[in-house]
Write a protein that binds this ligand. Sequence first.
Ligand code: APR
Length: 310
Amino acid sequence: MRKVTVVGAGNVGATCANVLAHKDIVKEVVLLDIMGNLAKGKALDMWQQAPVDYYSTYLHGSDNYEETADSDIVVITAGVPRKPGMSRDDLISTNAKIVNLVTESILKYSKNPIIIVVSNPLDVMTLAAYRASGLDSTRVFGMAGILDTARYRAFLAEALQVSPKDIQAVLLGGHGDTMVPLPRYTTVSGIPVTDLIDMATLDKIVERTKMGGGELVQLMGTSAWYAPGAAAAQMVETIVRDEHRIFPCCVLLDGQYGLKDIFLGLPVKLGKNGIEQIIDLKLNDDELKLLHDSASHVKQVIDVFNGMSL
Ligand code: APR
């Protein structure tokens, strides 16, 4: 794999491109934005960082989709971010049109790319890109779970005074306040987290994780970009290196947990062909109920999306 396009040269897209360049794993990164000069300028700035930080990935920016031709992977971050008081779902009418247009434009020049969606509301924007692309569902999926688990892991590392590297976790459901962190599947270097922390503190961390995006919107007046950009770049890396790593990603469900025709976060194995496997967990009744509640919430946003004329 040699070419990655990042659509949207804003906070998340530019961060993703920058982190990706530092990994030095692809030949070329194209940063595309309707604000062409912004994309050109940021990409040029990052290319000028290459001699300082020692990477060879060539970055260039554009507003012309021809320059994205034959991309192996496309990361879609185009759209408007949240402002204080807004939920991710409030973004739907603006971002659905953008994601639809972006996906159609990408497919004109790249025949069978892998598409990673980051724009919010994530679960429904991933569905929008999947429908507009006509690609197999193993090649269109969304970034949310890596970010949400990263927030959860960071909070746990702080509470336990351990390295965030040693915290493993998985999380299910929609990318919103109904997401389902799974303490039963959380370990610190193999030690169940429940052996190390009291339930009241753990419950607080779970709640803070669910509201993690909103906490940052309140602080900054716009949504986060460092962790989201890095999380999307990590998905690209896993695919480029064909690593078969397991991450929670937003994928099309086909009967898992009794759910169908909906994009939701589940743990998957990622490799050079995209989603190689959706990992089935043995959920207990409480976890299953939370997952179904989250799915019902996402379904409501899908209904709004289905009622829109794009
Ligand atoms: N085509 C290409 N780029 C577009 C289009 C379009 N049709 N519409 C908007 N953009 C670009 C904007 O010009 C802007 O540069 O998308 C970029 C978005 O950048 P920011 O406003 O900085 O938003 P950001 O914080 O990066 O968030 C982008 O990711 O995490 C999600 O909720 C977030 O949906 C939002 C998206």
